[in-house]
Design a protein around this ligand. Structure first.
Ligand SMILES: NC(=O)c1ccc[n+]([C@@H]2O[C@H](COP(=O)([O-])OP(=O)(O)OC[C@H]3O[C@@H](n4cnc5c(N)ncnc54)[C@H](OP(=O)(O)O)[C@@H]3O)[C@@H](O)[C@H]2O)c1
Length: 295
């Protein structure tokens, strides 16, 4: 890891990394057999950029990811230039990251071509987590991804979907034993996965990647009044974004939450939520109720 001394320690059953100043950065959890930090980064919209000036700020984002331990990065061919920008900004340092992307097309040949393109764009020989985006033609792609896993080119096969109506099908695939990770929305305004899908993931040892942990930003940008954070100070929570992310990762069935941002300083802000990743249910209830009160 660049500019960082990696020291592995044990806190409870968690593995943590200590940064260059010796501070504890982030707790790690299991995701389908690999270890990932509890705060990662999504790239939907935020990495779909092409201007030189925008690419420079994405380099800053990646530098801050390394500094703060946010090493799990999720992408997709659906996200425009995102895979290419990840490749350009992480080049030569892929070993530092756990890279995740998706296949999002129909047909065996089209799927294989798109998957190969992702390896090229992300400039990676190995991609840690390869997911089937929104279950599109999942039967076809699952065969391809199992072959790539056997060849050692990927480590974990995942499936994603953003709607509750897809959960019964997701749970059928989970029970097949063929996947190691699922990606679903989970935030203070969307608890749909909590009742059945998360318990099944826990029972089967399947990792959970949380998309939209900030509700696509609406639980921050659309608040009409300032949330009261007095009772959260003792947990090291300074901003409402940290409260929302701590709410997500305090559910231990979650492996990693992947907030997206286009602002480098927010990587550091969001990573700090990992310090408060063990809130009690009372505090989680308060964060959810306070968000709804302020909307
Ligand atoms: N079907 C699928 O597989 C699927 C679907 C949806 C999402 N995903 C994945 O999940 C990731 C996350 O979901 P998302 O991007 O839709 O939503 P999100 O992470 O819940 O919210 C992103 C929004 O929050 C804002 N934000 C981030 N940090 C902030 C902070 N500290 N303070 C204030 N605002 C902040 C960002 O604005 P700024 O840029 O201004 O910071 C952005 O508008 C995606 O990027 C993608 O990788 C997958």
């Amino acid at each position: 890891m660049d500019n960082a001394i990696i020291i592995v320690t044990r806190r409870l059953s968690a593995i943590c990394i200590l940064g260059e100043f010796g501070s504890e950065i982030l707790e790690y959890r299991n995701l389908g057999g690999i270890q990932v930090p509890i705060i990662g980064m999504g790239t939907f919209r935020s990495f779909d950029v092409s201007l030189d000036s925008e690419i420079e700020s994405r380099r800053e984002i990646i530098a801050n990811c390394i500094e703060s331990g946010v090493t799990f990065i999720d992408s997709s061919p659906m996200y425009g230039h995102a895979e290419r920008i990840i490749g350009l900004t992480t080049e030569g340092r892929q070993e530092t990251f756990q890279l995740a992307t998706k296949v999002w097309t129909r047909g065996r040949r089209q799927g294989e071509e798109q998957i190969e393109q992702s390896f090229q764009l992300m400039k990676a020989d190995h991609i840690d987590v390869f997911q089937i985006h929104n279950l599109l033609d999942w039967q076809t792609h699952l065969d391809t991804l199992e072959r790539l896993k056997d060849e050692g080119r990927i480590s974990v096969i995942g499936i994603t979907h953003y709607t509750t109506s897809a959960y019964p099908e997701m749970m059928r695939i989970m029970r097949s034993g063929r996947i190691g990770a699922v990606q679903v929305p989970y935030n203070v305004g969307d608890l749909a996965c909590a009742n059945e899908l998360l318990p099944l993931a826990e029972e089967l040892g399947i990792g959970v990647i949380v998309m939209e942990p900030l509700g696509q930003g609406r639980f921050l940008g659309r608040l009409r009044r300032q949330p009261n954070m007095e009772s959260l100070a003792e947990f090291g929570i300074d901003t409402w974004a940290q409260a929302l992310l701590a709410w997500v990762v305090s559910d231990r069935r979650v492996s990693v939450a992947i907030p997206a941002t286009s602002r480098p300083e927010r990587i550091i802000e969001n990573a700090k939520a990992g310090d408060a990743g063990h809130l009690t249910q009372d505090i989680r209830d308060y964060i959810r109720e306070e968000t709804m009160r302020c909307l």
